[in-house]
Design a protein around this ligand. Structure first.
Ligand code: SF4
Length: 191
């Protein structure tokens, strides 16, 4: 599937019961050739209303963190503008956790988004992004701080901004994670 077909397929998807309560699907935003891809969890209420991932306070925190390392979700060239997608494209009712069957059902869309973007670095934010991409149920604290691989792309694990808003003491660790991602995404210096 190319981008238009993928987008249309997600909009019309009724493959799991999350379709029943959604206002709209939340496909993803950003530069379709971005060097950086940010993967979140499932849409919350505001994402469901606005149709965009990472909005509201956690979105503002993400935008501020990205700005601090020279990146944006606004219009920019591929090296500066990120692509942002969620693991699950429809909001779970009452913001409950997505169920394993729902994660599995929606996974193919994210896989195809990664294939199309071809990012140089993926940042997985939060437990469900990690479960989907790395097939790991280990806590974020055990997985962060090192470079993983997803489809041959370096992947960094970090906390979800919504978690950081509730656990301010972990903000410094999230900053370290973004700095690690920045280091990994840069081309190696020549001799
Ligand atoms: Fe389809 Fe994913 Fe929405 Fe489920 S969550 S209905 S698999 S788009």
């Amino acid at each position: 599937m190319d981008w238009p077909e993928l987008r249309d397929t997600v909009v019309a998807c009724t493959a799991c019961k999350l379709c029943e309560g959604r206002r709209q699907t939340v496909f993803g935003v950003g530069n379709e050739s971005a060097h950086w891809m940010i993967v979140g969890e499932a849409p919350g209420e505001q994402e469901d209303i606005q149709g965009e991932p990472f909005v509201g306070k956690s979105g503002q925190l993400l935008d501020n963190m990205l700005r601090a390392i020279g990146l944006t979700r606004g219009e920019a060239e591929p090296s500066k503008q990120v692509y942002i997608a969620n693991t699950v494209k429809c909001r779970p009712p009452g913001n409950r956790n997505p169920e394993p069957a729902e994660l599995a059902q929606c996974e193919a869309f994210l896989v195809r988004q990664v294939e199309l973007v071809k990012p140089k670095i993926i940042v997985a934010m939060g437990r469900f992004a990690v479960q989907s991409l790395l097939r790991s149920s280990e806590p974020i604290g055990r997985l962060r701080g090192r470079v993983h691989q997803y489809q041959g792309v370096p992947l960094i694990v970090t906390y979800h901004p919504a978690y950081l808003l509730r656990n301010l003491e972990d903000k410094a660790k999230a900053w370290e994670d973004l700095c690690l991602a920045l280091e990994v995404s840069r081309p190696a210096a020549g001799p």
